[in-house]
Design a protein around this ligand. Sequence first.
Ligand SMILES: C[S@@+](CC[C@H](N)C(=O)[O-])C[C@H]1O[C@@H](n2cnc3c(N)ncnc32)[C@H](O)[C@@H]1O
Length: 388
Amino acid sequence: MHPHLVVPNSEVQNTIDLLTAEGWMGDNLRIHASLDRDTRLIPLSIQAPQALPPPLNEFPIIITSGIVEDRKRPSWLQLLRDMIGEQLVDKHRKSWPSSHELIGDMMILKIEESVREFQPQIIRSKMAANRNIRLVLEDRGVKGKYRVRDLRPIGIRENGKIAPASIGSEYPTKVIVKESGHMIVCDPASAYYSTRLQTERISTAFEARRLSKTIGTKINVADPFCGVGPALAHLVNIPGLVSSILASDLNPMAIKLLHENLSRWIGMPSDTEVTGITEWKKGVWSGVADARELLETDLPIGYWNLLIINLPHKFIDFLPLILPLLDSSKPYVVRGRLVCGNKEIEDIRSLISQYFPDGSDVVVDPRSEYSPNTKLCSVTIRNFATVG
Ligand SMILES: C[S@@+](CC[C@H](N)C(=O)[O-])C[C@H]1O[C@@H](n2cnc3c(N)ncnc32)[C@H](O)[C@@H]1O
């Protein structure tokens, strides 16, 4: 018996995209129609959390026997078995890279040292099972103050042939991805971007729409750790939602890509320079900036209705420094993520609450394991009651 998500037919493609990005879709069972044919049952993988985040939590989960996928091409593990034999695959069964992230035509995965000797076979079988993949990159963790992933090309498909990547060769890593219908230019080797945060971004867009409705006007959105701008993609592309944006980041490469994105989304000139924060057109501020110094720039303070803080290791340090950006005379929302010890969640929630003596609602929601002793949490701070 396996858990399946019960999804209305009109929502199936969106849901498949989200589940695939998160690595939560079961791959040995088939998506099939419910008995009344009004919905489809999508199998969930064992990695999927029991309580799915919004918008996936709108759909019920049922436990049913499922239908085994027998029409598909062989899985990468089947191909690996053919290459190195059942015995070796079983011997290392806990070490194979069972999950991977797909960004455009690139596959990003981690390789444990215990199976390093099988790297050529891993690449070959993963690429054979995923025919649209051009480049396989090994993820060696995030590095430096820009939180950029240390990505090493390890496999390439050229003229239909799969080969190990050659040392010293350059392989382009700049791609365009589609998230909920929005096109995003990114280059995960030079600026942070992860497809796995799509559900977070959808939740932020949901909060933004509610906030705009409550205030009764378009809202001003500040994203001072914006990266290439994926959170903004879900906001500025919604007609009538956003009035002004602040999009800044410490990483100049992120800002370069952000400007390409803003030119696609809101018609900013695509050759906009990479400088410090500048108001390029009315209500559009962007540029390279250390968030610690934002209050010393010409930016409007006490102006922003939605503040996004996506710097999970330093959320608590930065929150008090940039809070003056918020317009606290109106309803506001802060959305972010933080890493904290498994047993510290309530303490962190109380600490955050101290910065909001107006009685804002503070939710710290553990979303996934970050390490054996820490959790990655989603943070939402709402104040819908404030009156100027
Ligand atoms: C986890 S990434 C999030 C990027 C983006 N918001 C997203 O969701 O893809 C954190 C970002 O914060 C930026 N950053 C790190 N320290 C910073 C600082 N002191 N001021 C501004 N940005 C900073 C990094 O360059 C990186 O792009």
